[in-house]
Design a protein around this ligand. Structure first.
Ligand SMILES: [Zn+2]
Length: 414
């Protein structure tokens, strides 16, 4: 893609009303825009990252046997009354239509997926069943302040599983746990598995947390064996219950959580099946959430420097950032632009993801500053110095290492 087509515009200063690093950098680099407090628009570069994250997640959900669906965000009040969560769910976004009907803007979808599953599940032969979606969700947050880490509107993947007995639920839960770890690993995001409250229906749930100062959760973590538990259920535990080592108190960004719901939602919606013995039994459920826009924020918190963003290769909007740096001397500049165009077209033909800074009237200094800010993994610079040998300089954004190679070598090694 050409930077001129992208209408790339970056900001030198961070917006004054953003204190979170992730929002500051993403807004400055033109990935997102703030519409209002806790509500962001995703611009072309930002949406490319979101789509990459979604694709990584989708592969794993399909591996887990999940069927992708898309449920409604606008949910009737009666469904939420049925589970009593209309009154008890703290951050539920409630809207009243002009025709006197109340709705919830879905923060989660148990109230929709459970009655929906009744249409699929009649007998034990219909189990297990896994349904997932990637969707916009809402929470009526009082004071969003952490950029993409806590918003009123966000993109999330939620998976729901349905089982005939506890054993089947337990097995699936462990599989999902492994699948989640694979997702974070693919994004080069270091996470720890944290025990959290299982609510009234299960002893523990599990959270996937990124240890970071920007996090809003407090975790007690054992650096010796990796045990970790969320502060809300830790009590006055000082030593690791697994190995006896002193626990460390750290801040975490929650980037995923998994729950064994058991019969919590199956009961109010009367979700039952006929087992092999002919008896009617309650269906057991699990739910597994993964915040996609929050993940994008967490990736930025974990991978940036004072110059800007540093994207891991698997989620970057583009792999290469091609920069022709001009000299002002017509003959040299003509050669630089010619080689840049050739390389760009060849990269495109090889289906490499490349952003070509073809902007006119933008200085070399500005192009280099913007390249650091955008954080694309490989910067390809064609300058008056490199053009003499028909070569270019390739720079790794993460390590800062540079190498001069010929155009032919580059194209051979894409
Ligand atoms: Zn330990």
């Amino acid at each position: 893609m050409k930077a001129s087509e992208l209408h790339l515009k970056t900001l030198k200063e961070a917006p004054k009303d953003e204190s979170a690093i992730n929002a500051q950098l993403l807004i400055r680099a033109g990935f997102i825009e703030k519409l209002t407090s806790g509500v962001y628009d995703f611009l072309p570069l930002g949406l490319r990252v979101i789509k990459k994250i979604e694709d990584i997640i989708r592969i794993e959900m399909n591996n887990l046997g999940g069927q992708e669906i898309l449920m409604a965000a606008l949910q009737p009040q009666k469904n939420w009354e049925q589970t009593t969560r209309w009154k008890t769910f703290n951050a539920l976004f409630k809207v009243k239509s002009q025709y006197e009907q109340w709705y919830a803007l879905g923060p989660t979808h148990e109230e929709v997926v459970t009655p929906l599953a009744k249409q699929y599940i009649l007998s034990y032969k219909d189990l297990p069943l896994s349904l997932y979606q990637i969707q916009t969700k809402f929470r009526d947050e009082p004071r969003p302040k952490s950029g993409l880490l806590r918003t009123r509107e966000f993109i999330m993947k939620d998976l729901y599983s349905f089982h005939r007995d506890e054993q089947d639920l337990d097995n699936y839960y462990e599989k999902v746990k492994k699948g989640y770890l694979k997702i974070y690993q693919t994004m080069s995001l270091p996470v720890i598995l944290v025990e959290a409250s299982g609510g009234t229906f299960s002893k523990y749930s599990h959270e996937f947390q990124v240890v970071a100062e920007a996090g809003e959760d407090t975790i007690y973590y054992c650096p010796h064996c990796g045990f970790a538990r969320n502060e809300e259920i830790i009590g006055d535990l000082k030593k690791c219950p697994k190995c006896g080592h002193q626990l460390e108190k750290v801040k975490g960004i929650e980037v995923g959580n998994i729950f064994k719901l058991k019969d919590k939602y199956a009961k109010p919606f009367d979700l039952k099946f006929i087992d092999a013995d002919g008896h009617e039994k309650i269906v057991l459920m699990g739910c597994y959430g993964l915040g996609i826009s929050r993940l994008m924020g967490a990736l930025v918190e974990m991978s940036h420097d004072s110059d800007g963003l540093i994207w891991p290769e698997t989620v970057t909007p583009f792999k290469y950032h091609l920069l022709p740096l001009l000299s002002g001397e017509a003959k040299i500049d003509k050669a630089i632009l010619k080689l840049s165009k050739t390389i760009y077209e060849k990269l495109i033909r090889q289906q490499a993801e490349v952003l070509y800074d073809d902007r006119v009237g933008v200085s070399s200094g500005e192009k280099l500053v913007d390249a650091d800010l955008l954080g694309i993994p490989y910067r390809l610079v064609i300058s008056p110095r490199t053009i003499r040998n028909n070569s270019l300089e390739i720079k790794n954004r993460k390590t800062g290492k540079t190498k001069t190679i010929t155009a032919a070598t580059l194209l051979k090694n894409i």
